[in-house]
Design a protein around this ligand. Structure first.
Ligand SMILES: Nc1ncnc2c1ncn2[C@@H]1O[C@H](COP(=O)(O)OP(=O)(O)OP(=O)(O)O)[C@@H](O)[C@H]1O
Length: 259
């Protein structure tokens, strides 16, 4: 059996937006090349937690953190950390496609060009390989220079994933990537996650429990406490969380949502 390696280690992590505590004392490991789902009630802090794994949350307001988030051993909240590098290696896909009003090609090339200069042939190969990895190539290969905004919602979301993959991240954070998509488009995103599984570390926030059981290896259940501050209730293999959770609160949340 292959050895499990921790890609992101979160230790005693608390998070505040403008002095309001949102997350409390979370300790959790995300394993390399595994899919981990984060589940929990609406508004409890799942997105905030996800965004704090690559420090995107601080783009949204004044924040304070306690504890550590280590990415392959380096605390990303250290002062000397290179934030661009962190966000390139831990990229993010949002609930709604956030493409630029540019061509399909230019959307994927955008991030790659920020990282470095490549000769045209090499850039073409990077773009093609990312779009193929996002399982979108056959659908867009003849429209690479048309506006990305002309694609369907599901195709736009897969293009966002291609854009995230093009800079060769080690981790992809996906915040409800199937939000608002019909079952067929959602199914394609799930297939894509399945095909990326074992090659890249994925952390996904989802409200769809069946989807979580289909795509993830591990699940973390978050819940607010009596002070409405979110903490981790239970982490384990997805099979265990959905069949035999240890904590009564997990059982009460998960089981009714599977029927
Ligand atoms: N930029 C922000 N500034 C201040 N407070 C915020 C900000 N973003 C989120 N919050 C607060 O943080 C708390 C957690 O919100 P968050 O969006 O992380 O929850 P969630 O579990 O992802 O919700 P949902 O499942 O509905 O998407 C909420 O009380 C929210 O109001």
């Amino acid at each position: 059996m292959s050895k499990i390696v921790t890609a992101i280690k979160v230790s005693n992590f608390s998070f505040y937006y403008e002095n309001k505590k949102i997350l409390e004392d979370i300790s959790l490991d995300f394993y390399q090349d595994k899919v981990t789902a984060i589940i929990g009630p609406s508004g409890c802090g799942k997105s905030t937690f996800l965004k704090s794994l690559n420090r995107m949350s601080e783009l949204e307001g004044e924040i304070k953190v306690e504890g550590r988030v280590e990415f392959f051993g380096q605390n990303i909240y250290e002062r000397r950390v290179n934030l661009n590098r962190v966000r390139r290696q831990i990229s993010m896909v949002l609930p709604k496609p956030n493409l630029f009003p540019m061509s399909v090609y230019d959307n994927v090339a955008y991030g790659v060009k920020l990282v470095g200069w490549y000769p045209k042939s090499e850039l073409d190969a990077i773009i093609e390989s990312a779009i193929k990895a996002a399982d979108l190539w056959d659908e867009v290969k003849n429209k690479l220079h048309k506006s990305a905004l002309e694609l369907s919602g599901g195709q736009q979301q897969r293009l966002c994933i291609a854009r995230a993959l093009a800079v060769k991240p080690r981790v992809i954070l996906m915040d409800e990537p199937c939000f608002g998509l019909d079952p067929i488009a959602s199914g394609k995103i799930e297939e894509l996650i399945q095909s990326l599984r074992s090659e890249i570390t994925i952390v996904i926030v989802s409200h769809n429990m069946r989807q979580v059981t289909r795509v993830s290896d591990f699940t973390a259940f978050f819940q607010p406490n009596e002070n409405r501050v979110c903490s981790l209730v239970e982490f384990g293999s997805t099979t265990k969380i959905f069949t035999n959770p240890s904590d009564q609160r997990t059982r009460e949340y998960v089981l009714p949502r599977m029927n």
